[in-house]
Each structure stands twice: as structure tokens, then as C-alpha cells.
Design a protein around this ligand. Structure first.
Ligand code: 5RP
Length: 233
């Protein structure tokens, strides 16, 4: 990652950390931009902010605890959740998430939050989600049981590729599942595609995050901009 991109992620993380208020229950995303948020939030906690956090992955939970943030079970609604994204559509704030492999817990957290905020550098922002193709696949978390059949069913949407880890072994999510990265999906109507993918037995969840984010904090070399659903700034 370039120094400039790392600084943009830190700037987005810091801006989101300033949205957190005393006493909040806060959802923590996963990935490098979410990490920048957790680090900035940790600084605020060490300065006296009192919050309870819910982490979307084991890695984020470990990072948060290390930063001095209290991490609890996900058992009640959240005031705010902050997470990164792989692609964000400017007007709708529809997002593709899950290249970090934490999409199931990330959605459980986003859905529980009164306000779900996306943070990203400007390379993730697209006028239309389809402009992010073919670079950004839709990650789909699936059960290991019968996975080849699930793969076959997903092939009617595009080209599903089994994700592997650094050793070339099938990637295993925090939930013990596999991930298929779906390339070349024609999702003219994302709601329809999302519902049809979710309806396949064996699919646990997919990375299309629709109607969830209310705000996106986008960092560019020129600074931070805040985008609301509908494109308002
Ligand atoms: C993890 C995610 C991440 O938020 C997404 O992949 C963005 O990661 P990064 O901030 O490292 O680019 O969805 O499941």
C-alpha cells in the first residue's frame, strides 16, 4: 500500500472516530481502513471516551482489545457501526464488501446499527457499482458441505472462484466457511441479484450491502468528504 493511500485511510478512520460519542455501542468493521478507525478510536478511549465495541472479526477484536477498547458480545442494537468497503456506489451508497472475508459478521453488525458509516479512500468510489467490474468480485460465503454444488448454482450468475489463502489452501472464514469470489456478475438490479444469490441453499451470505449505509466518509488527496445517500454532501 502506498504511503499516500495509508494516510488517506488514517484520515477517514480519524474522521469516523470523531463521530463516536460517550456511552455508545459501536460496531467495528474489518480490513485495513477499519483498522485505521479502530486505532483512532483507541486513542479517544485512552483519552477518556467510554464505549462498548462489537467486533466483526477475530482480528478486529484482538486489535481493539490491544488498543484498550472494551469488546462485548453482539447481543443488542448498536448506535453506530463503521466499516470499510471494496466498492461504493456514489448515489445509493450500495457497497461491495467481503474481500477481507468478514462479510457475514459485518452485515450482522451493520444491520443492528442505527447508523452505518462506510469509510474508504477515493479509489473505492464509483458512479455506478457496475463501474467497479471486473476488478471487484462479489464475495459469497458458503457452507463447506456440498460446496461444489453451491458453486455450480452460483455459476449461473458469473464465474465463482474458490478463495485460497497464502498457502494455497481454501480460505476459511471466522465462521468456518468457504468463500467464492463471484466475477463477471451482471447485476443490473442489485436487489434482485442479491435476493436470488441469498436464496441458494448453501449460501450463508454475499457481499452486496444494499440499503444499509447512510453516510460514507471518503478520503482523497484533497481531504475528507462526507457523502449521504442521494449524493448530498
Ligand atoms: C472485509 C471487508 C473490508 O471492509 C473491505 O475488504 C475493505 O478492506 P480495506 O479497507 O482493507 O480495503 O469487507 O470483509
Amino acid at each position: 500500500m502506498s504511503v499516500e493511500k495509508a494516510e488517506m485511510k488514517r484520515a477517514a478512520g480519524r474522521a469516523a472516530a470523531h463521530m463516536v460519542e460517550d456511552g455508545m455501542r459501536v460496531g467495528l468493521g474489518s480490513g485495513s481502513t477499519a483498522r485505521a478507525f479502530v486505532e483512532a478510536l483507541g486513542e479517544r478511549v485512552r483519552e477518556g471516551l467510554s464505549i462498548t465495541a462489537i467486533a466483526s472479526s477475530k482480528k478486529t477484536a484482538e486489535l481493539a482489545r490491544g488498543a484498550g477498547i472494551r469488546v462485548a458480545e453482539h447481543d443488542s442494537p448498536l448506535d453506530l457501526a463503521v466499516d470499510g468497503a471494496d466498492a461504493i456506489e456514489r448515489d445509493t451508497l450500495t457497497a461491495i464488501k467481503g474481500l477481507g472475508g468478514a462479510l457475514v459478521r459485518e452485515r450482522l453488525i451493520a444491520q443492528a446499527a442505527v447508523s452505518f458509516v462506510l469509510i474508504a479512500d477515493d479509489s473505492k468510489l464509483f458512479d455506478r457499482l457496475s463501474d467497479s467490474q471486473p476488478a471487484v468480485p462479489i464475495p459469497v460465503e458458503i457452507l463447506p458441505f456440498g460446496w461444489k454444488l453451491t458453486h455450480q448454482r452460483l455459476a449461473s450468475f458469473g464465474n465463482p472462484v474458490l478463495r485460497v489463502d497464502a498457502r494455497g489452501e481454501p480460505f476459511c472464514s471466522d465462521n468456518g466457511n468457504l468463500i467464492l469470489d463471484l466475477y463477471g456478475c451482471d447485476y443490473g438490479s442489485p436487489d434482485d441479484v442479491a435476493a436470488r444469490i441469498k436464496a441458494i441453499s448453501g449460501v450463508v451470505d454475499h457481499g452486496l450491502f444494499l440499503h444499509l449505509a447512510t453516510v460514507a466518509i471518503i478520503a482523497s488527496p484533497l481531504g475528507i468528504s462526507t457523502i449521504k445517500v442521494g449524493g448530498a454532501r
